[in-house]
Each structure stands twice: as C-alpha cells, then as structure tokens.
Design a protein around this ligand. Sequence first.
Ligand SMILES: [Fe+2]
Length: 498
Amino acid sequence: MSTTAAPSPVLGEILVADDDTAFLDILVKTFKRDFIVHAASDGKRALEVLDKMDPVAILVDEMMPHTTGTQVLAYAKNLRPNAARLLMTASTDFDRAVHAINQGEIHRFFAKPLRPMELRQSVVDMVQKVRAEALLRVELETLKQIRAPSNQAPSVLMVCANGDLCGVAVEACQLRGWKAQVERSDAVAKTLLANRSFDMLVIGRGDEIDARGLVSLARSVDESMAVVVLDGMPTVANMQEALALGCDDVLTPPFGHSEVVATRLERALHNHVVMRDMHRVTGELLTANRTLALQRRKHEEQQVKVLNTMVRALEARDAYTAGHTDRVAAISVRVAGVLGLSPERVEHVRVGALLHDIGKIGVRDSVLLKPGRLDAEEFAVIKTHATLGDSFLRDVDQFQCVAPIVRFHHERLDGSGYPDGLRGQDIPLEARIVAVADIMDAITSTRPYRSATHVDTAFEALARIEGTALDVNVCEALRSLHRAGRLVDLLQQPDGAG
Ligand SMILES: [Fe+2]
C-alpha cells in the first residue's frame, strides 16, 4: 500500500484499488488534488487498508486477484456505510455490476477504458451526492427526534389547593399515564422545583397559591419544563400576566370533561418540547455556522499570507518587480471594474495580476537580473516564466482559477504572443486585462537604463498595438479611467510626469 497526501485535501480520504499498477498510478495522480489517496494493488490489500481508514469514497476494479471489487465493496458497505462505493469494470463484467447496484452494494460503476479527468469529476460529484444524502439522513433523524415523544412517562408536578381543580388535573394525568405528584402547599412546591426536575408544572390558580411566584421560579430554574395554569375563575389580566411570565397555556373552564383537559395539557407539553428542541437545534446550527465562519476567515487569512510570501519572494530577487506587481494589480482591478466584471472575477484579476510574473522565481539570475539586452536564447529562457508560473499555481486549490491569467498574460490578439500563441477571444479576458496593465506600468516605470515615460506617451504606444496585440475594449477602459483621473495615482509617477 502506498499513501499520497494531497496539499489541500478538501474531500477526505479515498481508497483506489486496481491490479493494473500503471493505471493505479494514474488514479493516484488523478485524485490527489481532491483527496488523500490510499492505493491498493489487489482486493486483499484493499480490505486491509479499509480496516485502517475512514474513506469518503472507495473506487475499485472488479477483476483483481484474491478478492473481486464487488466483494471489497460488499465488505465496505457494512464497515464504512457512508462512503461512496464505486466500481470499475470491463464490459464483460456488466451483469455483475448491475447486480451489485441492484443489491445496493455499489452506488455507481464505470466502464473501462476510463478517461481520468472525467472519472475524477464523476467521483467528486458522487462523493458530494453521497455526503449530501448522509447529511439529509442526519437532519431527518434530528427532526424525528424533535417530533418523537420521549418513551418515558412525563413527570408532572401539580400545585393546587382547590380540591375540584386538583381532581380534574389528576384524572387527566391518569388518562395519559403520566407520573403526577400533587402538592397543596406552594412553599413545598417551590422547594421541590428548586431541587428536582419535572417535565410539566400544572398550577391550579387560587387564593392560597402564589401562581406568579411559582411560574417565575419554574422559568428561572428550568427552561425545559412546560408550565400550565388551570384557572377556574379567569380574568384577562391574570391570563395576560401568566402568559407574560412564560406560561405555555392557561386552561379555563369548563373542566367537566377530563379527556378534554388531558388533551389540552398534552398539547401544551408537546408544543413546549417542540419549541425547546427547535431552540436547541437552532442554537447548535448557530454555533456550527459561527465555527465555519471562523474557519473560513482563517483559511482566507492563510491564502493572503501565502500570496504575500510568494510575491515578496519574487521581489527579493528582482528589484524591478518591487512595486510593479502591486501597481499592475491595482490598475487591473480598476479596469475590470470599468468592464463590469463580477466581484469574483475582479478578485481573480487582482490575484492573477499579483502573481503574473511569479514564474520568474524559476528563471536563473544571469538572465533575470541581466542589465543589458537579452539575446535570443536568454529571451527564450525569460519566456518560460509564463508556463512556470502556471505550473506553480495550477495544483494549488486556491490559485487554480488564476493560473490561466498567469499563463496567458503575454499572449497577443494576433497570435504573436507566448507561450501558446492564442488568438483573440481564446485569450481569457482576465489575462487580456493584466496584459494591458502590465504594459502600461512597464512603460511608465523607471528602469535602470531609461527614465519613465509620460502617461500620455504611453497611451500613444498602446494605441499602436491596440487591436493587433492588445484588446481594444480593455485599452478603452484604461483610457476612460485616465480621463476620469483614476489612473495616474496608481502609476509610479503619480503626477504622470516622465
Ligand atoms: Fe510577465
């Protein structure tokens, strides 16, 4: 067994098993971006690995020595019921795969030959589906618990000095099989409330009973207890007061039918339990959300740190880039705003611009720091920074979206750019934006061998390659920024002087 840890496993662990070791290697490479990958080269090894891990997905070949894929997945169904169980089969094994699906042993099968990237997407989708179903099951279970009454008979404390009222309430409790304790003294009842817990407090209002004091005490010692007042001579003021103090209900006459009283008490108890559980679940959800928000913020702070470290590492090597990347990012963001890109795409432009020359970290000093003109061979070396930058970033989750900006920021509309000679709209808009910002900043910045060029002269230079090399709309957006006085403050020469 071999284990390969991904740089940022987002979906958990996966077990892949195939006796074709060359294909197994491909599977490991395919999944390491999304999972921590455990590989097994036969069914027996797969079973051993399964005992030691808790995977979110198990992807196995059907035809393996010792133990078949369906046997591995049948074992996994009992041991790891929440994992996505996936089978790879040759066309001759279809019947067995269909049988396994019908038996509920596998979630899906894939027919060989397989294309790794399509397989990867299907597995990721299936893991997310299985995970969503598991979450749904948990939620349904929680809801069931909220709705299901406890198996234990509820305990009721009844405080009542009036014999008739007391009789009604006791009969109602007996009808429902509740454990009822009757107290005629409110002082004794208060001591009981302070020292024991009950599911429900039933107070028979009367002159001898301090109903207000009992309700207040009940609410302060145990929020989970239902509180009901039986009031033989109700007034609006008394009812309002009882409800305001936190009573679940005030029952009023007629009390002649004990079954009706039992039903009303039962409903008050049930509603209280539902409300209590809803509050508990809501509280748990709020806590979970707060934890998630904290984790997200930490993750974002981590991303910013990584980004800054990368940019500063390049700046430490190449004095020219110090400040350049920040300026290109600032210009690109404003241009993207003028072009109406969504906030998410503007953020990609910002990060892509900050990292656009990051590949230069991999260019040797004799070329990167050469003060004079580069010869053809040296220029070819410098050009590799676009693909190098892309290769640094494309395997890092948080930078995947910006890797194309880095790769294509030297492409030109007429196909004369590098590294791929893309043309026109084939070049991502984000890369076309960074290309224009890069050139504007390069022209208006001071270099060791020349002073900065005035911004108006820079626009004349852009105009000469607009439409052939640079995107017309992007250049126009940059011009409109300048007309609005929102460009020169971003350049190295804030007054626009050359
Ligand atoms: Fe560049």
